[in-house]
Ligand binder design. Structure first.
Ligand code: UGA
Length: 444
């Protein structure tokens, strides 16, 4: 199948490479020349495990070409739209300029029977609004939300846990379904559940899924707030409730909360869209989900201040982690970087370390200190904050780190360290959602 992919960011680059690896002929288009150049050389323009290897493989097969010229999409039969839908400046709503421009740009190059497939996360009603332009040239619009996670993007694209098509009613929808079934023949044969529905349901599935995940995280972080005041242990609480299969342990890791380019902006855009539809009350709870999430960052700063006896100004603070989660270089709405910036604003001498995200972090917060060498970053620290649970931080040897720092204060923002081991090495350990000391009982 000849396929075009418009937008080669975290979603589109992985999608384009993955489709080529399935045997399709893929042309990718992006307005960002540097990104296109990198992909043309078989190099991922961002950090995503497995993507470099996949790109090298598909580049040598000749099945993936990339360009900044929107005209290269002509001749493809299926056109994926993978552009971003960031939060609008000054409101909670999604900014749809890139999606609108991408569809408008494709229309001139479409042929009769082509299928345009929206993968971007959009407010419900967007596909219905855009379908007319596509149908006017004899093509069909499908909305096919993407559920990939950064850090697992290649695996999630090639082996999704479900595939959803939002299609128009009637023969055009049936034809488009058959075309997409051909595109996804490999994952469908695994077998992967496939849900064929209407546009609004497909659009809502995506934001409902991300809202549920955000709610689950904020739920456990709300329990963390309770644990802090009542002397409980949120990690044990999560383990205990997670054994109930109806609840499940995944996405119940309490800590600094969610960030990234998806969960925060998706719940906000959902609230904005629900308001427009007159159903704001139905998702008003997402405002609380967002507020709980932000409170964790404030609490983290308070805990750091407590460990520094209230004197943040001039204190050397080593922040481990800038990415919004491990195995990513993405700092969009990163809780770790936000905490680092807040401490910097309060006058701390902040040094940020991250295995992959330093360049992106520096571009966003140039005023903070950055250090690529972990040992150097730790040297002279008055407090060490572990804010993104990269494996190399989880595996730190507290005795070795102790030899570098000025004071043995560690703040575990992701409940990722073994408290007893750190305490055993003479550290004062604090974490979100856990009692101050382990004297109360058998805690790990
Ligand atoms: C999320 C969804 O998980 C994907 O299914 C979806 O496709 C994607 O958004 C998207 O809309 O494109 P992603 O943003 O890559 O994926 O990251 P997640 O793995 O969901 O993590 C989000 C945030 O929640 C991270 O900051 C992570 O540290 C935090 N988190 C996650 C917790 O604080 N606790 C947890 O238990 C799990």
């Amino acid at each position: 199948m000849r396929i075009s992919v418009t937008g080669l960011g975290y979603l589109g680059a992985v999608h384009a490479a993955s489709m080529a690896s399935l045997g399709h002929e893929v042309v990718g288009v992006d307005v960002d020349a540097a990104r296109v150049e990198s992909l043309a050389l078989g190099k991922a323009p961002f950090f995503e495990p497995g993507l470099d290897e996949l790109l090298t493989r598909v580049q040598s097969s000749g099945r993936l070409t990339v360009s900044t010229d929107p005209g290269v999409v002509a001749g493809a039969r299926v056109h994926f739209v993978c552009v971003g839908t960031p939060q609008s400046a000054g409101s909670l709503a999604a900014d749809l300029r890139f999606v609108d421009a991408a569809v408008r740009g494709l229309v001139d190059h479409l042929g009769e029977g082509d299928v345009v497939v929206g993968k971007s996360t959009v407010p419900v009603g967007t596909a219905g609004r855009l379908a007319g332009q596509v149908e006017a040239v004899g093509a069909t619009l499908v909305w096919n939300p993407e559920f990939l996670r950064e850090g697992f993007a290649v695996r999630d694209t090639l082996h999704p846990d479900r595939i959803v098509y939002g299609v128009p009613a009637g023969a055009a929808g049936e034809r488009a379904t058959a075309v997409l079934d051909e595109v996804y023949a490999a994952p469908l044969s695994e077998p992967t559940p496939r849900i064929v529905t209407d546009y609004p349901t497909a659009e809502l599935v995506k934001v409902a899924a991300n809202s549920f995940l955000a709610t689950k995280i904020s739920f456990i972080n709300a329990m963390a707030e309770l644990c802090e005041v009542a002397g409980g242990e949120v990690t044990q609480l999560a383990d205990a409730i997670g054994h109930d299969a109806r609840i499940g342990r995944r996405f119940l890791n309490a800590g600094l909360g969610f960030g990234g380019g998806c969960l925060p902006k998706d719940i906000r855009a959902f609230m904005a869209r629900a308001d427009e539809l007159g159903a704001g009350e139905a998702v008003a709870f997402l405002g609380e989900v967002d507020a709980i999430n932000t409170r964790r960052r404030v609490r983290m700063v308070d805990l750091a201040a407590g460990m520094l006896d209230g004197t943040i100004e001039g204190a050397r603070v080593t922040v481990l982690g800038a990415a919004f989660k491990p195995d990513s270089d993405d700092v969009r709405d990163s809780p770790a970087l936000d905490v680092a910036a807040r401490l910097g604003e309060l006058g701390a001498d902040v040094v940020v370390h991250d295995p992959q995200a330093i360049d992106n972090a520096r571009a966003k917060h140039p005023g903070l200190g950055y250090e690529r060498d972990l040992d150097t970053a730790l040297t002279g620290a008055d407090v060490v904050l572990v804010l993104t649970e990269w494996r190399q931080y989880r595996e730190l040897d507290p005795a070795r780190v102790a030899a570098r720092v000025a004071r043995r204060n560690v703040l575990d923002g992701r409940n990722a360290l073994d408290r007893s081991v750190w305490q055993g090495a003479g550290w004062t350990y604090r974490a979100l959602g856990r009692a101050e000391e382990s004297a109360g009982g058998p805690v790990g």
